[in-house]
Write a protein that binds this ligand. Structure first.
Ligand code: GLN
Length: 197
C-alpha cells in the first residue's frame, strides 16, 4: 500500500516511521505529481498557516482537493485544521470536511496535555478494548461536526477531538507521537477500502 505524507512542514517523519513499521510504502508529498499512485494521504501536525501557505505556493491546493475527492485523507492537529471547511478566520484551507474547527482551543504550548480517550472504532483493528493515549499540542477542537460527519472521540467534557466523514479522518491530537499504532492501522483500512464511502 502506498501512503503519502504531506511533507511541507510539521511532524511528517513521525507518521512515516509508524506507517513503514506497519508495512506501508511511504511517499513524501511536496508537489502535485507525488500524489500519483497513492492509496491515501496523511496531513501532519505542525502549523496550519504555514502548511496552507506552502501548499498554495507549491500549487497543491486543487490537486489535494481532487485527490481527497476519491481517496482516504487523514489530518492530525494542524492537518485537521487544514481539512476543515470553516475555522472562523482567513487562511488557506482545503475545506474538504464538513467541520468547524477552533485553533489553539486549549491555550498555549504550556497548556499542552495528554489524556486517555475511549475510541470504540479502534476495536475494528484491535480487539483489546484499551483507551487511546492522546497527545494534544496547541491543539484545535472540533466545534461543529455537520452533515454525515461521525464523532469518533470526545474529551470527558464532550469536546469533539476525532471525527470521520466518508473517507476522511480528522484528529485534534497526534497518534504518530505515541507507540500506539491503532489509528494508523484504522486509516490504512480506510485507504484500502477504496470504494467504501
Ligand atoms: N496550533 C497549530 C495550528 O493552529 C496546530 C498545532 C499542532 O499541529 N500540534 O496550526
Amino acid at each position: 500500500m502506498n501512503i503519502g505524507v504531506l511533507a511541507l512542514q510539521g511532524d511528517f517523519l513521525e507518521h512515516q516511521k509508524m506507517l513503514e513499521r506497519l508495512g506501508a510504502r511511504v511517499i513524501q508529498v511536496r508537489l502535485p505529481q507525488h500524489l500519483q499512485d497513492l492509496d491515501g494521504l496523511i496531513i501532519p501536525g505542525g502549523e496550519s498557516t504555514t502548511i496552507g501557505k506552502l501548499a498554495v505556493e507549491f500549487g497543491l491546493m486543487e490537486p489535494l482537493r481532487a485527490f481527497a475527492h476519491d481517496h482516504a485523507v487523514w489530518g492530525t492537529c494542524a492537518g485537521a485544521i487544514f481539512l476543515a471547511r470553516d475555522i472562523g478566520r482567513d487562511q488557506p484551507l482545503l475545506g474538504v470536511m464538513d467541520i468547524t474547527v477552533e485553533r489553539n482551543a486549549f491555550g498555549r504550548q504550556v497548556d499542552s496535555f495528554a489524556t486517555d480517550l475511549d475510541v470504540s472504532v479502534l476495536k475494528e483493528v484491535d480487539s483489546t478494548d484499551r483507551p487511546f493515549r492522546a497527545v494534544f499540542i496547541r491543539a484545535p477542537r472540533i466545534t461543529k461536526a455537520n452533515g454525515t460527519t461521525r464523532t469518533l472521540a470526545t474529551l470527558s467534557d464532550g469536546t469533539i477531538v476525532a471525527v470521520r466523514q466518508n473517507r476522511w479522518l480528522a484528529t485534534s491530537f497526534h497518534p504518530e507521537l505515541t507507540g500506539d499504532d491503532r489509528f494508523h492501522r484504522y486509516f490504512m483500512e480506510m485507504a484500502q477500502s477504496k470504494h467504501a464511502r
